[in-house]
Design a protein around this ligand. Sequence first.
Ligand SMILES: NC(=O)c1ccc[n+]([C@@H]2O[C@H](COP(=O)([O-])OP(=O)(O)OC[C@H]3O[C@@H](n4cnc5c(N)ncnc54)[C@H](O)[C@@H]3O)[C@@H](O)[C@H]2O)c1
Length: 261
Amino acid sequence: MFDPLFNLKGKRVLVTGGAGSLGTLISKAFAERGADVTIQDLNQERIDDVRKAITSESGKAFSIAADLTDPAECSRVVEEANQLMGGLDIVINTAGINRRKPITEVTEEDFNAIVSVNMKAIYFISQAAHPIMKAAGGGVIVNMSSLSARYSFNTISVYAATKAAVSSITRSTAREWAKDKIRVNCIEPSVIKTDFTKPLWGEPHRTKFFDETTPIGRLSNPEEIIGAVIFLATDASSYITGQSIVIDGGILSGGDWDSYA
Ligand SMILES: NC(=O)c1ccc[n+]([C@@H]2O[C@H](COP(=O)([O-])OP(=O)(O)OC[C@H]3O[C@@H](n4cnc5c(N)ncnc54)[C@H](O)[C@@H]3O)[C@@H](O)[C@H]2O)c1
């Protein structure tokens, strides 16, 4: 059934970090639904693997290798994506890094590296997309924040701070650009089972911790965030802007005091 609410046919989408675990899934999910996709990531070979996987299924995909820690590269990526696809309707800001360390061991270099990808790149990719989307009469931006924007764990202090910044940048850009018909939202997932987070769930005591403290009783699989991204990228969410969707299996819903009986 064709559903106009979730229609992505012919939409032109830029996915940053598009060769990562979630970026690959997101790029494929948009292409499968008829969107043209430009995949950006650091490594050309990894991006080309994703692009080929999409084009072999008759999807339309392009690739751009770039390091988004440089705002000039953010501009170049957005301009090239716009040229390659003949327009830019949707940006999914997925690129992100983490270096897990206790606060007492974080160096200035660690701090700057995490801020440069997670916070600065989203800011300048969005800034570069704004004039293109405004001139075209509107657009949509979906940012990858994290539950850690509001609920931290040991060793992720800088990452958590940058994700709180992503949720904040989401509100600021939504506020300033609503008049230009650009909607900006983010998702805040808890730990998703990807390579990125394997150090967090790879050991039995940590899996036990997540299974016992998450009301749904398990961590999420990567496929379980796709629905929210598509919802926020399409007309199904046409009156929603500046929001964060928490995808946490119920963690923020509350605690279980009877487990101490
Ligand atoms: N996996 C999770 O549990 C989880 C939970 C909440 C939020 N997130 C967020 O989702 C996003 C994707 O996570 P993932 O699990 O797919 O991680 P991932 O490491 O598989 O993907 C991130 C991608 O970003 C790219 N990247 C890193 N530095 C870059 C730079 N300087 N310029 C351009 N690209 C760069 C990497 O090459 C990688 O392909 C991240 O922003 C992450 O913070 C992930």
